[in-house]
Design a protein. Structure first.
Length: 1043
């Protein structure tokens, strides 16, 4: 059980319908019947009344207010909504409702009577506050009505002329009668209007009741502190403490208590982004205290590191738009690290991408101030963000000073010193070009990157509201130390909330169809609505996005939360990417500066999740590589090779920006970094392009872009392969595999290795797929794209010859060797290092500190040979190696996995993904352990502090892919969709949705059966294979297969 914050409360105010009683259904039926009967006579064109209308227009309101709101939503002229019409409809609705009650009776909802009696016994004062005038009718038989200290119902509201919700008057009156300020009370509601009213009243805790996830999301959007399915989810302590039972909400990542050491990691894992830009979850106070690491990053905006022993492009930390500082009169500024902070709760709402932070301060004079922040980076308008602060002076009245603005003095400091291109010391990448006041409530700051000369404009507008009134305090504009700000003072009244809204618009010179970044930002800001409207549009976009990507796991436990967190960060980083934005897959998201924000091979782990759900996103991201094909072709030509040589690390232009130095924090010195030799990144690009075709069947993509990528990579690796007369085979020399521990033979660092097994096998695979691509395009009526590739029959013959004759090296025990000479390296005692270091994951740094090198040892950060079994099924790998003249037994595969598992340090977050995949059908218990670690990579920061520098996007995507592709055995090859399910014992049921060749498939898997439902639509039937048995599936068809 989890205790609710700020309980026991002095009082609890409850709504009736949908909270205490089950009458909500009767109200919905009564309203529906009413408007089915009456609406046609009022307006023949008006659409009928729906459940959505009930939730938006009438739920929680008086009958009269609900009627007016609904008719207004149907654009009925106000003049036609006469008092007589409203009165007649209200009476008719009440008559229908009473008939339903008489026919069916009513009872309290599960848990309601128990909870109310327990609160009463604990001495908590209780109020029933409802717009209903049916309290006696509904509750007379329940026995709980006498337990309420006061009842404020619709009749009372009419007598006192109290306005309907979302006005807080009804709830404020209930608290007045109880003799308790709303700030010391808890409110329980099931309607959006009621939640909005409670927030406006400044209740200390606002609880929403929602039995389904969609309603829960709506109540959270209305600003509920916590949402539970019903009162039966609560337990009451002897003193009135309230506990929530059951599993935690899998859609909320929450943190209780402020921890300055954990703050940088929380800033990453709770960061918000939309594909265009992202902002870390840094505190809004704008103060420079240890642990606060503000970071705002624009996708594709890089600048060169020119001062230091290691150079290269890195993502730019742009101006900080968050600062919104508060200072009560005669007190200090309220900061997270201040002594006055007495309560802290932070939540990331994954379903709607909203960050919430609730803070309570008590100063030396004993004054208590409560601040509730909400923040979004809009998915609906990618160049907008917004921040809302609700401030309540709990037990005092007086002035509050507010300072809001933009800080352009940001530096790049959020970088792991053990990642390429990083090192100690901050780096400045922007210079201020303009900083001015736009209006009494708005500010503009424009900066320019120092080397790449990208202009970034940030405009912000801050307004203050009390109830329906907008305050207009006199403001002072100031610029100081690269920050531009407005400072002003307002008067707070005890218990009465004020709402501060900060709306932000941004633009860069990379944007299209703008006059200038500053013009674009200021124009967008001038047109921007209030926070609530921005939030509604933003949440609607997320509501449309999640059905493609959500994964249901039973039993859920903590697994569902981790899956949702990882999926969320994947989506907010990439789902909003557009072709005009022209960016790739950043290894650490838009969450920090780890790896310089550059593009590596991580897309290889990301595309399977995207392509099987939203292939349009994958195609957009693959376009980043295609637009940089000329640069890759130039790079290959510079080395005397054909085709396209893609760089290990890419940024703006596609040129190689891989740093040549790596800072070792164990020695305080720089060491050589030869990771640019990881040519295999191109193989991953070709693999992803072909898999996109296999999944979508989109030959147009192949004709327009995909074929050029695949053929370009094939040509490069074909030219890299040299015939070795002594072995009678082709060899590839001077490369590194994914295992970064070996950049050359012992004593020859930087020379690369020969016949790396991953590189050679995947080269053969890509050459065969390039030939397949040529055949596909040559058979199209439009032969233009094929002819443009310039493929000759001699080239096809050469590809076939290389693919069949590339050299694969085996160890003496018959297992696949990582490269030529690996078996002759010294074994290493990893236990010796595990006992001396917190983690042996970065053994390269450890050995360097000891004057040694991983080049000398049989040890792997992430084994090359095992990566093959991640990309290719065991059957496909054996078939390919057989084609190359290397029969590989199933036993040899098992022994290969065992050998490299023993000598792996698991130094990459991807190691857990790969090893879980490999063990799925061999050691299911071990596979599950690796999956749990993969899912927790960033939530638990399993690498001991690296999450603070940004999330590990590939590991997040890979962990989701493990559940939905590995444990289901999904493959897309040979124009068929393959299933070979084998769920772990820990999972009873797995459900998700995928897209395959224009079919949208709902997949449900248990240990006994596989169910596939193809949604209605128009697409050719698809060929599926379940456990080796082929079947044909049409749109609109449901198939169930026994396992």
């Amino acid at each position: 059980m989890e205790p609710l914050p700020r309980t026991p409360a002095a009082a609890v105010v409850l709504d009736m319908d949908g909270v205490v009683t089950d009458t909500r259904t009767f109200h919905l039926r009564a309203w529906t019947q009413l408007f089915d009967e009456e609406l046609g006579a009022i307006s023949a064109e008006a659409p009928p009344f729906t459940t959505g209308d009930y939730e938006r227009s009438v739920d929680g309101r008086s009958r009269e207010s609900g009627i007016r709101a609904f008719l207004a939503s149907r654009r009925i002229p106000e003049s036609a909504i006469t008092p007589d019409l409203v009165s007649r409809l209200a009476e008719r609705k009440q008559h229908i409702f009473e008939q339903l009650i008489a026919a069916h009776g009513t009872t309290t909802l599960p848990g309601a009577s128990r909870v109310i009696r327990a609160l009463h016994s604990a001495g908590v004062r209780l109020a029933l506050a409802t717009a209903s005038r049916n309290v006696a009718l509904v509750l007379e038989s329940t026995g709980i009505l006498p337990l309420f200290d006061t009842v404020v119902d619709g009749a009372v509201a009419a007598d006192l002329s109290l306005p309907s919700k979302p006005d807080p008057a009804l709830f404020v009156e209930a608290c007045r009668r109880l003799g308790v300020a709303p700030a010391h009370a808890m409110l329980v509601e099931d309607s959006e209007a009621g939640i909005e009213a409670a927030a406006a009243a400044g209740f200390g805790l606002v609880m929403g009741i929602a039995p389904d996830p969609r309603r829960a999301a709506a109540l959270r959007r209305a600003d509920a502190d916590v949402v539970v399915p019903g009162l039966d989810a609560l337990e009451i302590g002897p003193s009135g403490e309230i506990f929530v039972t059951g599993a935690p909400d899998p859609w909320v990542l929450g943190f209780d208590g402020f921890d300055p050491e954990a703050e940088p990691t929380r800033e990453s894992i709770c960061a918000l982004a939309n594909g265009y830009w992202g902002t870390r979850a840094a505190a809004e106070d704008g103060a420079s205290w240890a642990g606060r690491s503000p970071g705002t990053y624009f996708a594709g905006v890089y600048d060169a590191v020119v001062d230091g022993p290691s150079t290269g492009d890195e993502i730019v930390n742009a101006p900080d738009w968050l600062p919104l500082a508060l200072r009560p009169a005669d007190g200090g500024w309220l900061t997270l690290d201040g002594e006055d902070l007495i309560a802290f709760r932070q939540e990331l709402d994954l379903r709607q991408a909203v960050l919430r932070r609730t803070l309570t301060y008590r100063d030396r004079s004993g004054r208590e101030t409560r601040v509730r922040f909400r923040r979004i980076v809009s998915q609906a308008d990618p160049r907008m963000s917004a921040l809302q602060a609700t401030v309540v002076a709990v037990d005092w009245s007086g002035p509050l000073t507010i300072r809001t603005g933009i800080d352009a003095g940001t530096l790049n400091t959020i970088t792991d010193t053990a990642t390429p291109g990083s090192g100690p010391g901050p780096r400045r990448h922007v210079a201020i070009r303009e900083s001015r006041e736009l209006s009494p409530d708005a500010i503009l700051v424009e900066v320019e990157t120092l080397v790449s000369h990208v202009h970034i404009s940030v405009a912000e507008r801050t307004r203050v509201h009390r109830g329906d009134a907008t305050l207009a305090p006199e403001r002072e504009f100031a610029t100081k130390d690269a920050a531009a700000s407005h400072e002003f003072t307002i008067d707070l009244e005890q218990g009465r909330p004020v709402v501060i809204e900060k709306v932000v618009a941004v633009a860069t010179s990379r944007d299209r169809a703008i006059l200038s970044p500053s013009h674009s930002a200021t124009t967008r800001l001038a047109r921007a609505p209030r926070f609530a409207d921005l939030l509604a549009d933003h949440a609607q976009r997320w509501e449309a996005l999640w059905p493609y990507f959500s994964t249901s796991v039973e039993p859920a436990a903590d697994l569902s939360l981790a899956v949702n967190v990882n999926t969320f960060h994947l989506l907010q980083t990439l789902a909003g990417v557009t072709t005009e934005l022209d960016v790739g897959v950043p290894a650490r998201g838009l969450h920090g500066e780890g790896y310089g924000g550059r593009v590596f091979w991580d897309e290889l782990f990301v595309y399977p999740v995207l392509t099987l759900r939203r292939p349009d996103i994958s195609r957009t991201l693959l376009g980043y590589r295609h637009r940089r094909l000329p640069e890759a072709e130039h790079a290959a030509a510079e080395t005397g090779r054909d085709g396209a040589m893609f760089p290990w690390q890419s940024a703006t232009t596609g040129a190689d920006v891989t740093p040549d130095r790596l800072f070792n924090p164990l020695t305080g010195r720089w060491m050589a970094d030869h990771s640019h030799l990881q040519r295999h990144v191109g193989l991953g690009i070709a693999y992803s392009a072909w898999e996109f075709y296999e999944t979508t069947g989109d030959t147009e993509y192949l004709a327009e872009e995909g074929a050029e990528l695949i053929v370009g990579v094939a040509r490069f690796f074909a030219s890299l392969a040299d015939w070795d007369q002594s072995t009678g085979r082709y060899s590839i020399r001077g490369v590194m595999g994914p295992d970064e521990f070996h950049d050359g033979p012992p004593g020859a660092p930087g020379h690369g290795v020969t016949d790396n097994v991953y590189t050679n096998v995947m080269t053969a695979w890509v050459l065969l797929r390039a030939a397949d691509t040529a055949r596909l395009l040559s058979s199209r009526p439009d032969r233009g794209p094929y002819q443009a590739l310039g493929i000759t029959s001699d080239e096809l013959d050469r590809w076939a010859h290389i693919a069949k004759n590339l050299r694969i090296v085996f160890n003496a025990d018959g297992t696949l060797s990582q490269f030529d000479g690996y078996d002759a390296l010294e074994p290493i005692d990893l236990d010796r290092y595990r006992s001396r270091y917190p983690t042996e994951g970065r053994l390269d740094l450890v050995l360097d500190a000891e004057g040694d090198s991983t080049n000398r040892y049989q040890v792997s950060k992430q084994p090359d040979s095992l990566m093959l079994l991640y990309l290719l099924s065991a059957e496909e790998l054996r078939e390919l190696l057989g084609h190359m003249g290397y029969p590989l037994s199933a036993d040899a595969i098992v022994r290969t996995v065992e050998r490299y598992s023993r000598s792996s340090t698991y130094g990459s977050t991807l190691s857990n993904v790969v090893h879980s995949w490999l063990e799925a059908r061999r050691d299911r218990e071990r596979s599950w352990a690796f999956l749990e670690r993969a899912l927790q990579s960033d939530i638990a920061d399993i690498q001991g502090g690296t999450t603070r520098y940004g999330i590990h996007l590939a590991a997040m995507a890979g962990s989701v892919d493990l559940l939905t592709r590995c444990y289901t055995g999904i493959e897309t090859r040979a124009d068929m969709l393959w299933f070979h399910p084998l769920l772990p014992a820990e999972i009873d049921r797995l459900e998700f949705t995928i897209s395959y060749r224009a079919h949208r498939l709902s997949v449900s898997i248990t240990h006994e059966s596989l169910g596939i439902v193809s949604a209605d639509g128009y697409a050719d039937p698809i060929h599926i294979v379940v456990e080796g048995e082929p079947a044909l599936l049409h749109t609109g068809e449901t198939r169930t297969f026994e396992l």
